[in-house]
Design a protein around this ligand. Structure first.
Ligand SMILES: [Zn+2]
Ligand SMILES: [Zn+2]
Length: 173
């Protein structure tokens, strides 16, 4: 039998009340991230334990290799996300929660909090919708396919579209 032990695991069975801090570090594949992620995943955690709940604040970060939507080059991007979570032992109805708080209910005999899955999901959520190698990426020339970040092509010298003539006149004024 293979016993799965989480990479990001906190033993809460004898945790005293108050603040506890943790620094975790693991390989991305160990928490289920795909092959775009090759750098260590770092997770900083601050727990605030009180009589009836544990308030967690975490920052997870790593680096991913992505393909630029405009120029199709690969680039490395730091993906980072802060999140918080409230762990309630027993019954969530007895706890006074703010509306936007994320809550996980732990059974009374829970000894560990495992953070792998949350860390993985928050990394995935932190990937930008639009992936650009840089804000001012020039993209690929639609006629010759040259990556314009690496230098201008000469395509527009041959374009006969009158709209380009108008633009040329403008730029000469
Ligand atoms: Zn690009
Ligand atoms: Zn071109």
């Amino acid at each position: 039998v293979v016993v799965f032990v989480a990479e990001f695991r906190i033993n809460i069975s004898n945790l005293s009340e108050g603040i506890h801090e943790y620094d975790f570090n693991t390989e991305p594949f160990k928490i289920g991230l795909d092959e775009r992620f090759q750098s260590a995943v770092k997770l900083q955690v601050k727990l605030d334990k009180s009589a009836r709940q544990i308030f967690l604040q975490a920052k997870v970060r790593t680096e991913g290799t992505f393909v630029c939507d405009r120029c199709l080059d690969t680039f490395i991007f730091e993906v980072a996300r802060k999140y918080s979570m409230v762990y309630v032992q027993g019954d969530r109805s007895t706890i006074d929660l703010k509306k936007d708080e994320e809550v996980q209910v732990l059974s009374p005999d829970t000894n560990y909090i495992d953070l792998d899955e949350d860390a993985r999901q928050y990394i995935i959520l932190a990937i930008p919708q639009k992936l650009l190698c840089r804000e001012e990426c020039e993209g690929i020339c639609p006629s010759c396919g040259v990556n314009r970040n690496n230098g201008r092509c000469t395509c527009y010298d041959h374009v006969t579209d009158p709209r380009w003539d108008a633009l040329k006149k403008l730029s000469h004024n």
